[in-house]
Design a protein around this ligand. Sequence first.
Ligand code: NDP
Length: 388
Amino acid sequence: MSRTLTLLGATGSIGASTLDLVRRNRADWQVEALTANCSARELAALAREFAAKLAVVGDEGCLPELREALDGSGIESAGGAQALCEAAARPVDMTIAAIVGCAGLAPVMAAVERGGTIALANKEALVSAGEVLIAAVAEYGATLLPTDSEHNAIFQCLAGSNLDDVARITLTASGGPLRTWDADRLAAATPEEAVAHPNWSMGAKISVDSATMMNKGLEYIEAHHLFPVGLERLHIVIHPQSVIHSMVEYRDRSTLAQLGPSDMRVPIASCLAWPQRMETPLEPLNLPAIGELTFFAPDEDRFPATRLAREAIAAGGSAPATLNAANEVAVAAFLAGQIGFTRIAAVVEETLQSSNLPPRPQTLDEVLSVDRAGRRQAGHILEKQPVV
Ligand code: NDP
């Protein structure tokens, strides 16, 4: 029997990987809604291909283009932030949350509030709204399936085990394309160099986050909320080959690791088929060809982002949402050529230090208000000291 699916962020990298799997298993899925921000033509083409019932652009200004591209198809269309939430609130068997950034938070919350099953790739939603989102999942009986490869790996290694038996969770990090660069070279890294990830093909924002290591910082916070074993039991190790996606060590010193190709279709397939398994078109792991797996401790002098994330989640309150907001602003400025690479983490740190951080947000509106304040503060910092 086919299942219904809504894909938030259909035109992105995770969206494409998801739709590739759906395309290969068309009889298993009926697409309810597909969303984008402003890639209206691309969204319309996908909506037609997958016979979606609804297509939504987050940017209302792009709705006329979407309408025109859908003309004669009979597919409903809508635009704006509220329309994204309404799309996410429609009843479906599975929601894939793959909007990038805190912009995805309100739609994720809408899916949670109808008690849905949500495959969560949009890590910024969990970083910003942590306790609020997890409390809503419990209150509305929703199910969150971790789609980020590391968290999906941990989810698989835990396989329902008692968290009290967990001695340590280790998130692996490739270290990104600039892992071996010295401080001077890092300061001069260009957006093209930062997004050229050696192992993964991803959207621009997460690619920059991987290069700064903020991606691992965000994932550390995400892991804290998904697998509440305590911060002292959460670790990060650099593993440049990206073959082991994360590990769980139990108190008897048995460590389980999940291995696989560095292709997001593996964790996405794990979520789509959960609690079963499904085929993917990927080649089996060829360990003799890979040869060796290596591991290093993170260097937080050259890549301070993981320290900032650890400090933010340890401080709690509104620090994680502020960290995320400042990072989104700084990454956008870097991609636009306005600031240097090493300035990204500096802007995040200055934002955290100079913000008058309110207490822990208790509601979605309070989280979004902290997010806006963090963006404003990061914007002021960029205006004061735009380049270095
Ligand atoms: P992309 O940039 O490739 O795609 C982002 C998607 O979100 C696009 O569909 C885009 O639409 C839409 N979007 C962007 N801004 C808005 C907005 N303001 N309102 C509504 N929709 C918006 O990102 P990725 O697919 O790489 O990443 C998506 C999420 O998944 C991120 O949170 C990322 O951290 C996470 N993730 C990604 C991985 C990857 O391999 N790519 C791995 C693990 C996690 P449009 O095309 O119109 O701009």
